[in-house]
Design a protein around this ligand. Structure first.
Ligand SMILES: NCCCN[C@H]1CC[C@H](NCCCN)CC1
Length: 288
């Protein structure tokens, strides 16, 4: 009945709208307002504090890129940590790797997990993998184990709200300590059309903390404001990581991948292309 418009001070003067067929859930967790609606053309939509998180139609772009950009850049990831990601989509993508032995996920809001399990079975399937350990809350981050993870994926919402700490320097230091030498992190890194200042801050923090590679990639997600979303890819000191040329090819015929269904978005060419930037962004990002 009507339209949902995504308005926010984070993208002033613009709003992406989706035609609503039916509101399926509305609730308040201890951290944020949670809503799910059936849209006319993008499937079900998850909204937190008025901000679109995932839609069934285009979530593949975000979940596949934020996961495979880091994991295809290293050999044989074994231990993976997901921060945020309570909808389960990133877990689904991480579970495609037979080399992975342990997937820890640290999500602040258990309502996101419960709502995803109820309304987004194709994302929550990620929680069914026996390698997954779900930790609710932030305590884990306060004393994350050092030098443990091959890869950390920070699948966060935006700087205004519960995820604001995940965009600050101390958090990047915690992530760096939790990684093994040559380990990689991939974070949700906003939009080059909307947030060049946020991106500049993230880049300068990351260049100070991560002594390996620091690269920015981006992709298209129609239902995120400005239609694009970026990723910050960093590696710690140790074995060199060339993010722009994947060293691992996902084998779509192995059992794990078959059970997750074919990749809808990610492929090796779009992996490399994701690091090509328009001049206005390249000028800022490469110079930092
Ligand atoms: N697993 C999906 C989690 C969703 N991540 C974020 C949801 C909010 C979205 N705002 C985009 C704001 C403009 N860059 C960024 C991705």
């Amino acid at each position: 009945p009507g339209w949902f418009s995504e308005m926010s001070p984070m993208w002033p003067g613009e709003a992406h709208s989706l035609k609503v067929e039916k509101i399926l859930y509305q609730g308040y967790s201890e951290y944020q307002d949670v809503m799910v609606f059936q849209s006319a053309t993008y499937g079900k939509v998850l909204v937190l504090d008025g901000v679109i998180q995932v839609t069934e139609r285009d979530e593949c772009a975000y979940q596949e890129m934020i996961t495979h950009l880091p994991l295809c850049s290293i050999q044989n990831p074994k231990k993976v940590l997901v921060i945020g990601g309570g909808d389960g989509g990133v877990l689904r993508e991480v579970s495609r790797y037979s080399s992975v032995e342990q997937i820890d996920i640290c999500e602040i809001d258990k309502m996101v997990v419960e709502v995803s399990k109820q309304f987004f079975p194709n994302l929550a399937i990620g929680f069914e993998d026996p390698r997954v350990n779900l930790l609710i809350g932030v305590a884990f981050l306060k004393n994350a184990p050092e030098g443990t993870y091959d890869a950390i994926i920070v699948d966060s919402s935006d700087p205004i709200g519960p995820a604001q700490e995940l965009f600050k320097k101390p958090f990047f230091e915690t992530v760096c300590m939790a990684l093994r030498p040559g380990g990689v992190v991939c974070t949700q890194a906003e939009s080059i059309w909307l947030h060049m200042h946020i991106i500049e801050d993230i880049i300068s923090n990351c260049r100070q903390i991560f002594k390996g590679s620091v690269k920015y990639a981006w992709t298209t997600v129609p239902t995120y404001p400005s239609g694009v979303i970026g990723f910050m890819l960093c590696s710690t000191a140790g074995p060199f990581v060339d993010f722009q040329h994947p060293v691992h090819l996902i084998d779509e015929n192995d059992d794990l991948n078959k059970s997750m269904g074919p990749l809808k978005f990610y492929n090796p060419e779009i992996h490399s292309a994701a690091f090509c930037l328009p001049s206005f962004a390249k000028r800022v990002i490469s110079s930092k």
